[in-house]
Design a binder for this molecule. Structure first.
Ligand code: CP
Ligand code: NVA
Length: 340
């Protein structure tokens, strides 16, 4: 019996630390197979729906290549191409997709939508980002940390910037589940909600991790093994860019902030996309509008030797492959591995 058979990945808290680490270790294994050109067709003959209500480079590419490497057929269903959200309810869409596809990826706005897809489709559903959570990104990020440091337990991860978005929520809860100390630096108005903090603290009490939520960016990055940031305005957010930039500029990951860490080998992380490069159209527009050429991270830090942002991006492929293979593949993953 495969312990993960037909399970959906909707949010991190639905999984135990052991289960999340299984995905991470399986992803590291699949990365080696890919590098050695060893076939791994765990999903031969399956069909995967890729449902996107929001834009994506990494998640879309990773699901497409992962499905293909696993022997499956991926089918992209963009929000403008199908009836979903316009003429057809989520439940009806789920029933139809579930009758034709073996698994469904969903990226969009409401967490409730991905939960409904799972409820009504009858097939595994993988959350490729909602306003609230980004669980497939977590497997790639904690895989990257494990590759770099060799272990997870006891590491300290600092996340600075918008602490109330999907990345803030997911990093907080996943770190707490996995025994990684998590330090969030954000202005009071952009700190994680009391519900998410309570969820993380409960998980941390079990795993032995420590949770710090502070408005002091220096305190957040002190003794951090990794400093993580994300965009200041997330997809679909309707806020004043001027007000948000002013609010978050003190939390920019720049050389001055990085110098406040006490460790010599702190790594820099970002889920991407990032606003950092003054030589791009985006950079020029930022300079015109805000008088700055970078927002959440400066170009020097983004491109420094400490930065692992492109390793994280590549790891989206291997981790998504592990998640799909474990939940949909004909594998033997014994229940006993997960008995506590
Ligand atoms: N990190 C991430 O999810 O990137 P995309 O938005 O490009 O998928
Ligand atoms: N917080 C960002 C993450 C992008 C991967 C967003 O939701 O736009």
């Amino acid at each position: 019996m495969n312990h993960f058979a037909n399970k959906s990945l909707l949010k991190e808290i639905d999984f135990t630390a052991q289960e999340l680490e299984y995905f991470i270790d399986f992803a590291i294994h699949l990365k080696q197979l890919k590098q050695q050109h060893i076939p791994h067709h765990y999903l031969q003959g399956k069909n995967i729906a890729l449902l996107f209500e929001k834009a994506s480079t990494r998640t879309r590419s990773a699901f497409t290549v992962a499905a293909t490497d696993l022997g499956a057929h991926p089918e992209f269903l963009g929000k403008n191409d199908i009836q979903f959200g316009k003429k057809e309810s989520t439940a009806d869409t789920a029933k139809v997709l579930g009758s034709m596809f073996d698994g469904i990826e969903y990226r969009g706005f409401a967490q409730d939508t991905v939960e409904q897809l799972a409820k009504y489709s009858g097939v595994p559903v993988w959350n490729g980002l909602t306003d609230q959570w980004h669980p497939t990104q977590m497997i790639a990020d904690f895989m990257t940390l494990k590759e770099h440091f060799g272990h997870l337990q006891g590491l300290t991860l600092a996340y600075v910037g918008d602490g109330r978005n999907n990345m803030g929520n997911s990093l907080l809860v996943t770190a707490a589940l996995l025994g990684v100390n998590i330090q969030i630096g954000a202005p009071t108005a952009l700190q994680p909600s009391a519900t998410i903090v309570a969820m993380a603290k409960e998980a941390a009490a079990k795993s032995g991790s420590k949770v710090l939520i502070t408005s002091d960016p220096g305190a957040a990055v002190a003794d951090a093994d990794a400093i993580y940031t994300d965009v200041w305005i997330s997809m679909g957010e309707d806020v004043s860019p001027q007000a948000r930039v002013k609010e978050l500029l003190p939390y920019q990951v720049n050389a001055k902030l990085v110098a406040q860490t006490e460790k010599a080998d702190t790594i820099i992380m970002h889920c991407l996309p990032a606003y950092h490069d003054k030589n791009t159209e985006i950079g020029k527009a930022l300079e015109e509008e805000f008088g700055v050429t970078a927002l959440e991270i400066t170009d020097d830090v983004f491109n420094s030797d400490q930065s692992v942002v492109f390793q994280e991006a590549e790891n989206r492929l291997h981790s998504i492959k592990a998640i799909m293979a474990a939940t949909l593949g004909d594998l033997f993953i014994p229940e006993q591995l997960f008995e506590t």
